[in-house]
Design a protein around this ligand. Structure first.
Ligand code: AMP
Ligand code: ZN
Length: 143
């Protein structure tokens, strides 16, 4: 019996499925997402941690002596979607936040980890990121 042409061959490299989502996780960089751009190296940033699944870089508009954003390379819209996806990535974000604090010498003095979520939460970039803030005393309640 004749096989169809191409049967058994791997698909050509460009024949990938269109971007889709699973549990809020986009399977590749989202166009127009600046943090996907930073993760891909196309947008410059002051990187302080460059991991397999996580990057961290200094915030462009720092609100404290240490103000670093810890970001999964893969695109999730917010921390709730990241948590729902499982896979230990949220744990890695928190561990990376601790590494950032230690590297900046603020682990002992203390720091704040913030996930602004949604409009009333003050989220302006729709790619999940943990703010790591420290180097000064933080006020409570937040504004
Ligand atoms: P949020 O408002 O919680 O979504 O936080 C977004 C943060 O990203 C803000 O603190 C911005 O200053 C910061 N930000 C936006 N674009 C960049 C960028 N290209 N590099 C570094 N920080 C950025
Ligand atoms: Zn993104």
């Amino acid at each position: 019996m004749d096989e169809e042409p191409g049967a058994g061959c791997p698909p050509p490299p460009m024949a990938r499925p269109a971007p889709g989502t699973t549990n809020g996780h986009y399977d590749r960089g989202v166009p127009d997402c600046s943090f996907c751009g930073i993760a891909a190296g196309g947008i410059p940033a002051t990187i302080v941690l460059d991991g397999k699944r996580i990057i961290a870089f200094r915030d462009l508009n720092p609100q404290a002596p240490t103000h670093v954003l810890v970001v999964p390379r893969d695109h999730f819209p917010n921390v709730a979607e990241l948590a729902a996806a499982g896979g230990g990535l949220l744990d890695e974000v928190v561990a990376a936040a601790r590494e950032v604090a230690a590297a900046d010498g603020i682990e002992a003095s203390g720091y704040r980890i913030v996930f602004n979520t949604g409009q009333d939460g003050g989220q302006t970039v729709g790619h999940v990121h943990a703010h790591v803030l420290g180097g000064r005393s933080m006020a409570w309640p937040p504004g």
